[in-house]
Design a protein around this ligand. Structure first.
Ligand code: PLP
Ligand code: ZN
Length: 403
C-alpha cells in the first residue's frame, strides 16, 4: 500500500518494524518519505467532511488500523476579511486537539503503528507538546510511555505529563540533548520511537492539518500558508498533505509554504539560505517560543526541499514580534496561541511587509498550540490592578478605562 523512500539517496525501502531512517544516509540526511501508489487509490471529494477526525483520511495514512479514541483533528478553520489588508486571513487552530496542540495528529499515528508493530513501550523526546500529546493519547491504552523532556519546558506542559500518568524523564539540558539521549536509551531497550523526523509515520499524521484546510476550503487551496518551525516536520507535513491531494487530482495547485523561525533559533533558515545541496547548519537555540527552540533540527532536509518545491521560503521573527503577535492575534480573532503558534502570525506580518504576499491573496496561518500551555510568556500583559469592591471605586475605574 505504501513504501518508504530516503529523502537524500532516494533508495526505496519496504516498511518494517525497526526501520526508521535510511541506513546509508543516517538519521539526519536519511529521513524517509512515505510514498503511495496514487494510481491505485480511489478517493472522492465527497468522502471528507470538515469536522471529521483524522481517521477519515485513512486511505492515505500508513496504518492498518486507527486505534485512537480521543478526537484528533477536525479542528476549526476561521476566516477573516479585512485583517492586515489581505483578501482573507484563515486561522487553522489546533489548540482544540485533545492535549491542545498540533502534535496529537502525529501521536495518533505513532500509537496506531506501535500497536501494529507489537511494541509494549513507546517513548519520545520533546520540547513539550509531543511529550504531553504522547502522555495524553497513550493514557487510555496498554502502552507504557516514557517521556524525555527538558526540565525547562513550560510548567503547564510538564504538568500534563504527570496528570496523564506518563513516566517522565526530566533532562537537565536542552531539547537537542534530551533527543540524543532518548535515542540511545530507546534503541538499547527496544522501545518504539515517537521522535520527530526519525519516525517517518509522524509526518503522515501531521499532514492531516493540510488536508483539513483543503476540505474546509471546499478544495480551493489558499494561496499561501505559514507555520512556526522547529525540527521542520510540521512544515514538511503541510507540503506532503497538499502534494498527496494534488497527485490524487483533488486540488489544482499547492500553496506557497512559508516557515517561521525565531531569530535565535533559526537553524533551518540558515540551512535554506546557504542553498543546495542542503546540509544542516546547527546552532545553539534560544527563544521564548519553547516549542520551536531547536538547534539541531531533525527534519531540516525535508523542510528545505519541500518549501523550495512549494515556491515558499523561510523567515525569522524576533521574540518581541512573537509576543506582540500573541496578543494582536487574540485581540483580532479570539484565537490565543502559544508563542510557537502565534509565530505564524508574526511571520505573516513580516511576509506582507516584505511583499511576499499580495493584497488579493488568501493566507492561512497554523496556530499549532493553545496559549494556556505557556502563560509565563504573556504574564507581563497582566496589569497589577486591585480595586476595592465598592460601587464608587468600580465606576471610577470604568470611567478611566473608557477615557
Ligand atoms: C506548538 C508548536 N508549533 C510548532 C512546532 C514546530 O514543529 P516542528 O518541530 O515539526 O517544526 C511545534 C513542535 O514542537 C509545536 O509544539
Ligand atoms: Zn539514503
Amino acid at each position: 500500500m505504501y513504501k518508504l523512500r530516503c529523502i537524500t539517496c532516494e533508495k526505496i525501502y519496504e516498511p518494517s518494524r525497526d526501520l526508521y531512517t535510511c541506513p546509508h544516509c543516517g538519521d539526519r540526511m536519511g529521513t524517509l518519505e512515505v510514498i503511495y501508489d496514487y494510481d491505485n487509490i480511489s478517493i472522492k471529494k465527497s468522502e471528507f467532511y470538515p469536522e471529521g477526525d483524522i481517521s477519515q483520511f485513512s486511505k492515505i495514512l500508513p496504518i492498518n488500523q486507527y486505534v485512537v479514541q480521543l478526537k484528533v483533528g477536525g479542528t476549526p478553520l476561521y476566516k477573516f476579511k479585512n485583517i492586515l489588508g489581505i483578501k482573507e486571513l484563515q486561522v487553522k487552530y489546533d489548540g482544540t486537539n485533545p492535549t491542545a496542540s498540533y502534535k496529537d495528529r502525529a501521536t495518533a499515528i505513532a500509537i496506531s503503528k506501535a500497536y501494529e508493530f507489537n511494541y509494549d513501550t513507546i517513548y519520545c523526546a520533546s520540547t513539550g507538546n509531543a511529550a504531553s500529546s504522547l502522555a495524553g493519547l497513550t493514557a487510555p491504552t496498554k502502552l507504557n510511555t516514557f517521556i524525555f523532556v527538558p526540565a525547562s519546558a513550560p510548567i503547564a506542559k510538564i504538568a500534563q505529563l504527570y496528570v496523564y500518568g506518563a513516566n517522565v524523564i526530566q533532562i537537565d539540558g536542552t531539547y537537542d540533548e534530551a533527543f540524543d539521549i532518548s535515542m540511545v536509551v530507546g534503541k538499547k531497550l527496544n522501545w518504539y520511537s515517537r521522535n520527530s523526523a526519525i519516525n517517518p509515520y509522524l509526518l503522515e499524521g501531521k499532514k492531516t492539518g493540510a488536508l483539513e484546510v483543503i476540505v474546509q476550503n471546499n478544495f480551493e487551496p489558499p494561496d499561501v500558508v505559514l507555520v512556526g518551525v522547529g525540527d521542520g516536520t510540521v512544515i514538511s507535513s503541510l507540503f506532503k498533505g497538499f502534494y498527496d491531494f494534488y497527485k490524487l487530482g483533488l486540488i489544482n495547485k499547492i500553496p506557497k509554504i512559508i516557515g517561521i523561525q525565531a531569530q535565535n533559533a533559526d537553524a533551518i533558515v540558515r540551512t535554506f539560505e546557504k542553498g543546495k545541496p542542503y546540509t544542516p547548519v546547527d546552532i545553539t537555540s534560544s527563544t521564548i517560543a519553547d516549542s520551536i527552540s531547536v538547534g539541531k533540527p531533525r527534519d531540516v532536509i525535508k523542510a528545505c526541499k519541500y518549501v523550495e518545491k512549494s515556491g515558499g521560503t523561510f523567515l525569522r521573527v524576533s521574540d518581541e514580534e512573537i509576543l506582540k503577535a500573541i496578543s494582536e492575534l487574540a485581540n483580532l480573532t479570539g484565537v490565543f496561541g502559544e508563542p510557537a503558534g502565534a509565530a505564524s502570525y508574526a511571520g505573516l506580518k513580516k511576509a506582507i511587509k516584505n511583499n511576499l504576499i499580495a493584497k488579493d491573496e488568501k493566507a492561512c496561518i497554523f496556530v499549532t498550540g493553545n496559549g494556556l500551555k505557556d502563560i509565563k510568556s504573556v504574564e507581563k500583559l497582566i496589569k497589577p490592578i486591585k480595586i476595592k469592591p465598592n460601587l464608587e471605586e468600580v465606576l471610577s475605574f470604568i470611567n478611566e478605562v473608557k477615557s
